[in-house]
Design a protein around this ligand. Structure first.
Ligand code: ATP
Ligand code: MG
Length: 235
């Protein structure tokens, strides 16, 4: 497992009007790792992911992926570089079928190849039977699974997951955990936001803690769980 950082976030500031969502956030994600990101509500976790994915542009600082600057690129350029994400609130096309949602993001691939890939991914997350269902009719947990499958259409090197386990029953959480472990074994680096310490302890080598837009700690999960600054931010 290489120890070089795949992703580097350096001094990122992001303001929304008077709100300082990120206040000089810095962190690194090691290639081949599973890295977790925790922090209280409103601490800037999703904003950090939005900046990494190119959806929001940082006001200051820089972000590099495999040594290349990301913070001046468009979201689709960033996807093509091998970085994909899922959203905290799923963003599927509600009027399209599950299969169409996946195929719609497969640029530069023949339709037949895209459909084959989409079906394989739906198989993997065990919802192939729903391929012709309209996304708008799916349950919350099913939409989360489709989102993961859709992000994988990009065959990413780095996958950002914004609260993949939130609001999901423990059985489905364990299933998702199993899929993520399989992806990791297949060489995908994972960077995930979650509030569930149980899950982060189980799956992450490194956990980053963010508070008020700053990364305040990073280390093995058992260490982060006992870190006084982290405890003070959470309780
Ligand atoms: N598009 C936006 N416009 C204005 N303010 C925003 C926007 N996005 C985020 N913010 C603000 O930035 C701060 C950080 O929000 P963010 O969504 O990154 O937090 P979070 O850590 O993901 O929280 P949660 O755990 O609740 O998901 C909050 O104060 C939020 O209100
Ligand atoms: Mg969030």
């Amino acid at each position: 497992m290489g120890a070089r950082p795949l992703l580097l976030v350096d001094g990122v500031v992001k303001r929304f009007g008077g709100v300082m969502a990120l206040n000089g956030a810095s962190c690194a994600v090691t290639e081949g790792s599973v890295t977790g990101l925790i922090g209280p509500n409103g601490s800037g976790k999703s904003t950090l992911f939005a900046c990494i994915a190119g959806v929001e542009r940082p006001d200051e600082g820089r972000i590099t992926f495999q040594g290349e600057r990301l913070d001046e690129r468009t979201p689709s350029e960033i996807c093509e570089m091998g970085l994909a994400r899922t959203f905290q609130v799923t963003r599927l096309f509600r009027e399209m079928t599950v299969l169409e949602n996946l195929v719609a993001v497969a640029h530069g691939r023949s339709d037949a190849a895209a459909v084959r890939r989409a079906q394989e991914l739906l198989e993997m997350v065990e919802i192939r039977r729903l391929e012709h269902a309209l996304a708008g009719t799916l349950s919350y947990g099913q939409r989360k699974l489709v989102e993961i499958a859709r992000a994988l259409m990009f065959a990413p090197k780095l996958l950002l997951l914004d609260e993949p386990f939130a609001g999901i029953n423990p059985r489905l959480q364990n299933r998702i955990l199993g899929y993520l472990k399989a992806l990791h074994e297949g060489g995908v680096t994972l960077f995930l936001i979650d509030h569930e310490m149980r899950i982060l302890l189980d799956v992450c080598e490194t956990v980053l803690a963010i508070d008020a837009g700053e990364v305040i700690a990073s280390g093995p999960p058992e260490e982060i769980r006992r870190n006084p600054r982290v405890l003070a931010a959470y309780f």
